[in-house]
Design a protein around this ligand. Sequence first.
Ligand SMILES: NC(=O)CC[C@H](N)C(=O)O
Length: 309
Amino acid sequence: MADLAEVVAAIAARGAEATDRGRVADYIPELAKVSAGHFGIAVVTAAGAEHVAGDADTPFSIQSVSKVFALVEALCRHGEGVWDRVGREPSGSAFNSIIQLELEQGRPRNPFINAGAIAVSDLIAASCEPGAAIGAILARVRALAGDDSIAVDAAVAWSEAVTGYRNAALANYMRSFGTIAGPVDATLSVYFQQCAIAMSCRQLARAGRFLAAGGVQDGVVIVSPERARRINALMLTCGHYDASGDFAFRVGLPAKSGVGGGILAIAPGRASIAVWSPGLSPQGNSLLGTAALEQLAQAMGWSVFNPDL
Ligand SMILES: NC(=O)CC[C@H](N)C(=O)O
């Protein structure tokens, strides 16, 4: 078995040198300001040991990685009722696609595409006092990461709100079907703010550790083992949108990406892994982050399709 610390250091060295780094997201103006030169990786084992390298302590916009934590929050508040609003099937289409919603009567395919995540934000808001939903999501993330300094980047949230025409279209369309029950503007505000949460790779890997450990973190039950397994299943099948199949083929781990260039990946029973490199593939997933996870999975034998995992 390869030495984990050495593997992490070697991956970071390769990530720092790579020349083909993908394109930084520019449809959210504030994200376009981030340099494609960054690369960070953090691995937190199920037992809590940490191995980090590169820009592992630099906060970045977690964007759609937040959809995992929002789903946890919604499941804890509404239980299986979440599935009355959103499905559990891969979409095979872009993260911000509209066309499927009309064909499927306003019911999003899964909680990790934008439409599904907006519906999840609405569910959380429905069980909170007005204006308190983002606080609940942030509190969840802080508790999981064990770090109260984690915050919403207000500039990113604002940048997305003033340019978020597609998300507004998705939300309004779903409101017409009742998939969203609350005021569209309030729901979108929760969604934009959760996407604008800033975290480092180290914080993100810490926050995901319960998913690598059957739902338990430091002796505290976050979710049941069954729920942790199901969230991992959704991450594997839906976490990379229309590149989820290719990600499973190359890496073989449950994982969720975001257009900020972060990816949270889970090796069940082994580790929670966060990588960050802002340059993206055409489907909006971190180019070097995916390559890094492919190298890590290969070197450590960490794939859910590996008989020895
Ligand atoms: N894939 C993503 O990370 C997309 C999230 C982004 N906030 C959006 O709604 O467009």
